[in-house]
Design a protein around this ligand. Structure first.
Ligand SMILES: Nc1ncnc2c1ncn2[C@@H]1O[C@H](COP(=O)(O)OP(=O)(O)OP(=O)(O)O)[C@@H](O)[C@H]1O
Ligand SMILES: [Mg+2]
Length: 503
């Protein structure tokens, strides 16, 4: 089959019931180009790419390759025609080796021992693109960056000409992102086309040739990266100016709120996910824990919020020992929690939006009178969260599962932040949020810090850590590599600590 020299999506429209996810979207991409795809949460980026990859079908419009209309009915067709996609949530099988994962569904592989045949091919591609992968390792042993490389090798081996990456860098360390970018440049140099979705504008500007901006399903702007900048892109996306530099005013920290002492926490796969961690968080302080996810952060905050048991050490809130207390008791102590896996733990998918805004707090005086829930107050509470946090939703009487990923996150954040906690434990609060929502959340966190709450912030995003935190701790393999006041820290040092060097 002829290589993809030029691919066009023409007048693509897609509706989900009454939601217009894509409307008359047209664009083209040529061999060797890296095209950025930007847009607010719910703008329709994933939907458009799922259509190109033929995971879903459009209602109107067509796809042309080298000027010819093609009909692709499934991802298998798409791959055969040279289109590959790496989804934000990897789809690798954890208990299989790298080689086995790559071999899966690979047509050329012989029936017996396909892994051996594939291993040779993997080596070939690794050499050409500088993609380091160990074919014999199991997926669960790999970091996010390594898994990403496996996904890319998998696509390359299938011979894709055009590769779609949906928010590929949200789980990578800065070093891993750099590596990914040089791989992408090499691919483009070899004539591949790449479509790159990200909410991080610097990334789009540094890696892409051109950028498309989607808003409410329509293309509202297209530009070469040379003739645009961060502010212009943000304005196109959200229709207003975005403030990138926050004035973080200096605030004297207040009394001790949270004390974690020598905490030991068993993991799901390991005996110890957290190996004797100690730190303190004060009122009026944002205390950040930086680190690549999977280094014990999740287990740590699950113990603090009552979702997991510690096997050693202690946790005190306002001097009171809450080690291994129930989630309800922890919540009654004024601890709010924005969990990492929000979709899994933060919501009840089938409940309406307004019901989800009072989860865990329906027994609060404000929302219930005697035994009855006060629906009027609950609904106006929900309306104000939807409005303040710019949640795109048909109405608060919609099951929450029908919202886009980013919008579900905004709702949970709104619920947890507006609960006026003593301590807010927030894991990756802006993960997957668009620039407008990110700005809003960050400003909210700083504002609440000023009003006296303590924030324990877990993030992989160093820009976010530096912008918000008063002090930064770095976690690696279950231990804290060091704790630094933000003024004394620099990105390179923190990056190195994230990779395991001790300060
Ligand atoms: N399966 C579905 N059923 C109903 N509505 C859907 C479905 N998939 C997407 N939508 C809606 O289509 C719109 C576009 O969603 P899409 O996931 O494409 O956005 P996105 O630009 O990828 O956003 P994000 O940055 O949050 O990932 C949203 O309003 C979303 O609620
Ligand atoms: Mg998406």
């Amino acid at each position: 089959m002829k290589k993809i020299e030029k691919l066009e999506m023409v007048e693509i429209s897609k509706y989900f019931h009454t939601t217009r996810a894509n409307y008359k979207v047209s664009f083209s991409i040529e061999s060797g180009e890296i095209l950025g795809l930007l847009g607010e949460n719910g703008a329709g980026k994933t939907t458009l790419m799922n259509i190109l990859y033929s995971l879903i079908q459009s209602d109107e419009g067509e796809i042309r390759i080298n000027g010819e209309t093609v009909r692709l009915h499934s991802p298998k067709d798409a791959i055969q025609r040279g289109i590959g996609m790496v989804h934000q949530h990897f789809m690798l099988i954890q208990n299989h080796t790298v080689a086995e994962n790559i071999a899966l569904g690979f047509e050329e592989a012989p029936f017996f021992f396909p892994a051996g045949h594939v291993a040779k091919k993997i080596e070939e591609f690794s050499r050409i693109y500088g993609l380091k992968v160990n074919t014999q390792e199991k997926i669960w042993q790999l970091s996010a960056g390594e898994q990403q490389r496996v996904e890319i090798v998998k696509a390359l081996i299938r011979g894709v000409d055009l590769l779609i990456l949906d928010e590929p860098t949200s789980v990578l360390t800065p070093q891993e992102s750099k590596e990914l970018f040089s791989i992408l440049r090499r691919m483009a140099g070899n004539g591949h086309s790449i479509i790159f979705i990200s909410h991080k504008l610097e990334e789009i500007l540094s890696i892409c040739d051109r950028v498309l901006v989607l808003r409410r399903g329509e293309i509202v702007g297209a530009s070469s990266v040379q003739s645009t900048d961060k502010r212009k892109l943000a304005r196109m996306m959200v229709g207003r100016d975005i403030i990138f530099d926050f004035e973080k005013e200096h605030i004297e920290r207040g009394p001790l709120i949270l004390e974690v002492k020598e905490l030991i926490v068993p993991g799901d796969r390991t005996e110890r996910a957290v190996k004797g961690v100690s730190f303190k968080v004060y009122k009026n302080e944002i205390f950040g824990i930086a680190g690549v996810s999977g280094n014990g952060q999740r287990e740590l905050i699950e113990v603090i919020t009552g979702l997991r048991r510690a096997s050693g050490g202690s946790i005190l809130i306002n001097g009171k020992d809450i080690t291994n207390a129930s989630a309800r008791l922890v919540s009654d102590q004024g601890i709010s929690h924005v969990p990492e896996e929000r979709i899994k733990f933060g919501i009840v998918p089938n409940l309406f939006i307004y019901e989800n805004t009072v989860l865990k707090r329906h027994h609060n005086k404000r929302f219930s009178k005697m035994l009855f829930l006060n629906y009027q107050t609950i609904k106006s509470h929900a309306e104000s969260i939807v409005k303040d946090f710019q949640v795109t939703a048909p109405s608060i009487n919609t099951p929450i599962k029908n919202l886009s990923g980013g919008n579900i996150q905004k709702l949970i954040l709104g619920r947890e932040i507006t609960g006026e906690p003593t301590l807010l434990v927030a894991a990756h609060p802006t993960y997957g949020l668009d620039v407008g929502a990110t700005e809003y959340i960050r400003r909210q966190l700083l504002e609440r810090r000023g009003k006296g709450i303590a924030v324990l912030l877990i993030s992989e995003d160093l820009e976010e850590i530096f912008e918000l935190c008063d002090r930064i701790a770095v976690m690696f393999e279950g231990e804290i590599m060091g704790i630094l006041p933000t003024q004394e820290a620099n990105i390179e040092d923190i990056g190195l600590m994230m990779a395991g060097s001790r300060k």
